[in-house]
Design a protein around this ligand. Structure first.
Ligand code: AMP
Length: 392
C-alpha cells in the first residue's frame, strides 16, 4: 500500500500547485509530432482534479535526454485539446515575464514550463535549481511515475522546499504494482524477457522470492541455455553472466519456484524482415544462426501457464517484436494475457510498447507508464521521487 499523502489529502484551493508530470512522450523524428499521447492522457485525472478544486496549475516535466534540448511545446498543444482549455506554454522558465504570468494566474489556469532537462542542474539534483523551481508553487504534486526512480531536482529536490504529495497516476501505479507483486491472486506468474541478463538480475532474484512460476524469454534465454550446456549458435549471450544464470536457476530450485525456459525457437542468420527462418530446439541452434523469437511449442507451453495463473506480471518481450517476422511469440503471449481471467500487469517500456503495438492495452488490468520505475519497484527498491513525499 502507498502510505504517502495524495492531492486529496491537502487543500489546494486558490493555491499555486507545481505538478511534476511525465510528459516524456515519443516524438516523430521527421515531423516532431507526438506519436503516443498515453502519458499525457494518464496525467489528466490529476490536472482536472486541481482545476476543479480551484488551484492554479503549474506543470513541469522533462522530455528526452539532457543535451538533446527537446521542447514540450507540442505537449502544451495536445494538452490544451485534451483539457479543452488553453494551456499557456512558458519557453523561458526563469524569466521575469514568467514570474509575472505566474503571479497573475487565476484559479483553474494551467501553464506548462519548458523541458526541465534543458538545464544540466536538473539531473544533478542541484539544490539552488530545485529551490528556484519550487518558488513557482505553494504545494508540490509529483505525478511522474516514469521518473519516480530518479532523484532529480524536479522529482526529489523540490520536495525540500514545499509540502509534497502524490497525484492520482503515481497512486494508481503503486497500488497496481504493489497489489500484483506483494499481495497477488495466486498462482503468481512472472514473465521476464528482454535483451540482457545483466539488466534483469535484480528483478529475477527479487521475483524468485515472490512468484510461483517464472518464465524467462527473449535474448536472455541464451545465457541460461549456454549455462546449461546447450548450443546457441550466434544468439546473444553474456558470457560473463553464465554463473549468474546458473545461480538464478539454483535459487529457483531452492525456493520451489518453477522456472520455465523456452524449449524451441525461431532462428535466422540475420535480424531482418526478409531473413529466412527455421524453428529448432532452443539448445540446438545451428552455427551461423541466432534465436530471435520463441517457437510454437514454447508459445503453447507459456500460454498454458497464463491460463492457470491468478496474476501475470510481464516485463520484457520474448522476441524481437519490433520486426514482424519475430513478433509472433510476443503477440501470442500478449493475446493470451488479454484473454485470460488473471490480473494482468505490464511493466512499462518495451512490453508496454508491444501491447500498444498489438492494440491490447485496454484488455490488460494495468499497463505501467514507467519502464525503469516499474522495474526498480519490482526489484524491491525504494523510488526516491515517492519516498520524498509526505507520509500519511
Ligand atoms: P530490454 O530493454 O532488456 O527489456 O530488451 C528489449 C529488447 O530485447 C527489445 O528491443 C527486443 O527486440 C530485444 N530482444 C528480445 N528477444 C531477443 C532476441 N532473441 N534476440 C535479440 N534481441 C531480442
Amino acid at each position: 500500500m502507498l502510505n504517502k499523502k495524495s492531492v486529496e489529502d491537502i487543500n489546494v484551493s486558490h493555491k499555486r500547485v507545481l505538478v511534476r508530470c511525465d510528459f516524456n512522450v515519443p516524438l516523430d523524428k521527421q515531423t516532431g509530432e507526438i506519436t503516443s499521447d498515453k502519458r499525457i492522457v494518464e496525467s489528466l485525472k490529476t490536472i482536472n482534479y486541481l482545476i476543479d478544486n480551484n488551484a492554479k496549475v503549474i506543470l513541469c516535466s522533462h522530455i528526452g535526454k539532457t543535451g538533446q534540448n527537446k521542447s514540450l511545446e507540442k505537449v502544451a498543444d495536445r494538452l490544451s485539446e485534451l483539457l479543452n482549455k488553453k494551456v499557456i506554454f512558458i519557453k523561458e522558465i526563469f524569466s521575469e515575464d514568467t514570474m509575472e504570468i505566474v503571479n497573475n494566474m487565476k484559479d483553474g489556469d494551467v501553464i506548462l514550463l519548458e523541458n526541465t532537462r534543458i538545464f544540466e542542474e536538473e539531473e544533478k539534483n542541484d539544490p539552488e535549481f530545485a529551490k528556484k523551481l519550487a518558488s513557482f508553487g505553494e504545494i508540490f504534486v509529483n505525478d511522474a511515475f516514469g521518473s519516480a526512480h530518479r532523484a532529480h531536482a524536479s522529482t526529489e529536490g523540490v520536495t525540500k522546499y514545499l509540502p509534497s504529495v502524490c497525484g492520482f497516476l503515481i497512486k494508481k501505479e503503486i497500488e497496481a504494482l504493489d497489489g500484483g507483486i506483494n499481495n497477488p491472486k495466486r498462482p503468481l506468474l512472472a514473465i521476464v524477457g528482454g535483451s540482457k541478463v545483466s539488466s534483469k538480475i535484480d528483478v529475477l532474484n527479487a521475483l524468485l522470492d515472490k512468484v510461483d512460476t517464472l518464465i524467462i524469454g527473449g535474448a536472455m534465454t541464451y545465457t541460461f541455455i549456454k549455462a546449461q550446456g546447450g548450443k546457441i549458435g550466434n544468439s546473444l549471450c553474456e558470457d560473463d553472466k553464465l554463473q549468474v544464470a546458473a545461480d538464478i536457476l539454483n535459487k529457483g530450485l531452492k525456493n520451489e519456484v518453477r522456472i520455465l525456459l523456452p524449449v524451441d525457437n525461431v532462428v535466422a542468420k540475420e535480424m531482418s524482415e526478409d531473413a529466412e527462418t527455421i524453428v529448432t530446439n532452443v539448445n540446438e541452434v545451428p552455427d551461423g544462426y541466432m534465436g530471435l523469437d520463441i517457437g510454437p511449442k514454447t508459445t503453447d507451453l507459456f500460454i498454458q501457464e497464463i491460463k492457470v495463473a491468478g496474476t501475470v506480471v510481464w516485463n520484457g518481450p520474448v522476441g524481437v517484436f519490433e520486426i514482424d517476422k519475430f513478433a509472433k511469440g510476443t503477440e501470442e503471449i500478449a493475446n493470451a494475457m488479454a484473454n485470460s481471467n488473471a490480473i494482468t500487469i505490464i511493466g512499462g517500456g518495451d512490453s508496454a510498447a508491444a501491447v500498444e503495438k498489438f492494440g491490447l492495452e485496454d484488455k490488460m488490468s494495468h499497463v505501467s507508464t514507467g519502464g525503469g520505475a516499474s522495474l526498480e519497484f519490482m526489484e524491491g527498491k525504494k523510488l526516491p521521487g515517492i519516498e520524498a513525499l509526505e507520509d500519511k
